[in-house]
Design a protein around this ligand. Sequence first.
Ligand SMILES: [Zn+2]
Length: 463
Amino acid sequence: MEDKMYIVTLSGNDLRELSELIDKHGFPYNEKLRQAKFDSKSLNELKKALNDYPDIEIIAEKEFEPMQRDDEIKGSVTDMVNKTNRFNSKPEMDFDDDIFFEKYFNTEEIESALTFYSLKHPDITEKIKLPEKTHNGRTSNLIRIGKKGFIDVYFISGVHAREWHPPDALIYFVRKICSAFKNEKDVFIGQNTFTYEQIKSIIDKLNIYVFPLVNPDGREFSQKNDINKNWRKNRRFISENIYGVDINRNYDFLWDYEKYFSSKNTDLSNMQKFNASENYIGPYPASEPETRNVISLIINTRIKYFADVHSFDNNKNLILYSWSHSGSQSDYPEMNFKNSKYWGQYGDVYYSEYVDRKDYDLRKRLAKNMAVAATKANSSVRKYQAQTSNDMYLISGGSRDYMESRNLINQDYTSIHSFFIEASGDSFFPPLRKREIIIKDIVSALFELCVQIVSTEQMKDQT
Ligand SMILES: [Zn+2]
């Protein structure tokens, strides 16, 4: 019989002592995770050796089950969804990464996680109820993180029901940033390190609004069984056997695409007025409660940075910036979406939307830095690329463009630097090991964005 293996997590602020202990005894060890795999014999040796190191203790010890996670995908994909509510516990509890990465979160868990972390970190968080109930009667909430700083930042995910890991990633983001701040510790995400100093200035200066699950009805339906798993839209009832609107086509930005796009040579297959389509834009702009919940926040805040996190069912990993309905240019201010002269011509090669050059350069730089951090997270095995949104495919009525267009339509709004993250596995339901890797990619990109925002806004203060 093979010996059991154990995953052991060590505490200890003194890294020198830790590495001495490891070196002296030849223990296997991952310094960043402060975690190692031991057989029972070396675990006993470790426990003995710790007598000489009173500052270091074992804070978690768990039997290692090597194939458990990958085995699960041989059955139904819905077996990868947790059946209980792991966040339905007292906030004194915490999770180590092993438990966090065990399974996909179910709909109820994501909602409970917001309560859990707002109770656990009341000094720096606040749970906020959103105004609209979903078609199935659910109330949605988001969590604000920060000490009421002066820059409002907004992250959303869970818009498309079958994209299971992005909402889990946003909960991981909440957990990592709050606990790093509380423990005054650097945070390690994949191969990235974010220092406590960086975390502290993020918490001091930013208000980060995190809305992890925009479309809870859709997620619940998608996770119910294998037949439903590829569900994308919300659950608006249209007629018998026809449900749902694509929330990311429902925003009030060039929503009536037939009016704005050229019909010649332009592929408009990603927007549909046919109500059974996966990309059904809805009966009218912002017809959906989920869309209105997303929008509701920007009315009462001064959101300046926005990111919407999604995934594909292939291995394309993108950080998107600038417009989705056309290319971008900074030379012809009159060539812009408000100018009716150009309506009916989007998609034609000569039309390119005007963007202020400074804004464009900033957005491009931030997107590139996010791509670098996400790629570094997984040691460059999975590459992320920054590109303009229209290079993916042409759409209108999406969240990213809606946010970027707000102050161009109404100057009461702040100008919003707006991003779209596509972080993909081979399918919408990556195996659990891969889910963990992708979550760390996403969270690295979001941490990097926060770091960049702090430094960008500081530079502005100085000029
Ligand atoms: Zn999506």
